[in-house]
Design a binder for this molecule. Structure first.
Ligand code: AP5
Length: 228
């Protein structure tokens, strides 16, 4: 599969790729793989919030309660944080959004922000609730670089250690069973409507994420190549 890196390196206009999908669909996994291939930064609102929590900022303290209970963090806290991040120099050629937008008001705010720019590529990473539960209950994440592993499907080479940076692998507080159910309900109520929102604008593409990581990745690369 030859994806021309030049497409991304010489693009005049920024390329914005939006990865939608339920918790555990593989948004973070695919965004990290794409980041290395297409040289666009991976911007995860979940990771940005977890950084704030680690640094004990005021935003982090406010967000933590919502996150640990599986609720969404209020839009007004998310929007400033996200737009500050994508205004940095490394996003000039574009970026990959993971976990944003998650509500219709967030999608409308992004649309406003991208006015005058090329339309984003929106991909819905589709996965059943049953598979979501299997994936999240066996996920461990590197506390240093955020790389996700699955204890059955993609275990680390050394137990408890990240293959990439040797950081410790931890279970996220929101990957406990009760919180996973809550996150799924919140997803269906508040985030799933984005599928119709982007479908109406003829921007939506869907990839079945029940396939292997490599197969999903190949499908995403093909899609990006044909759209740029
Ligand atoms: P966030 O961190 O964004 O969590 P999420 O969207 O729930 O998604 P996850 O990170 O849980 O899953 P993922 O799709 O990235 O899957 P992964 O690649 O890890 O958000 C956390 C919280 O922050 C939210 O609940 C909310 O409170 C708050 N928040 C964040 N953004 C917000 C926003 N915009 N507005 C309001 N609040 C916000 O993969 C999962 C597992 O499956 C891993 O173990 C992986 O190894 C494995 N896996 C991946 N792909 C495959 C495959 N193809 N086959 C087999 N296993 C696979």
């Amino acid at each position: 599969m030859h994806l021309s890196r030049k497409v991304f390196m010489t693009a005049q206009a920024p390329l914005v790729l939006i990865l939608l999908g339920p918790p555990g669909a593989g948004k973070g996994t695919q965004a990290k793989m794409l980041e290395n291939r297409v040289h666009l930064p991976h911007i995860s609102t979940g990771d940005l919030l977890r950084d704030h929590i680690r640094q004990a900022t005021e935003l982090g303290q406010r967000a933590q309660t919502y996150m640990n209970q599986g609720h969404l963090v209020p839009d007004e806290l998310i929007l400033d944080m996200l737009f500050a991040r994508v205004s940095l120099k490394d996003c000039d050629k574009g970026y990959i959004l993971d976990g944003f937008p998650r509500t219709i008001p967030q999608a409308q705010a992004l649309q406003q922000q991208l006015k005058g720019h090329p339309l984003p590529i929106v991909v819905n990473l589709d996965l059943s609730d049953t598979e979501v539960i299997k994936r999240l209950s066996n996920r461990v994440t590197c506390e240093k670089c955020g790389t996700p592993y699955h204890l059955l499907y993609s275990p680390p080479q050394t137990s408890g250690k990240c293959d990439k940076c040797s950081g410790n692998l931890i279970q996220r507080p929101d990957d406990r069973e009760a919180v996973i159910s809550k996150r799924l309900k919140v997803y269906h109520d508040q985030t799933e409507p984005l599928i119709a929102f982007y479908a109406e604008q003829k921007l939506l593409h869907t990839v079945n994420c029940a396939a292997s990581q490599e197969s999903v990745f190949t499908q995403l690369l093909t899609l990006i190549t044909t759209k740029t």
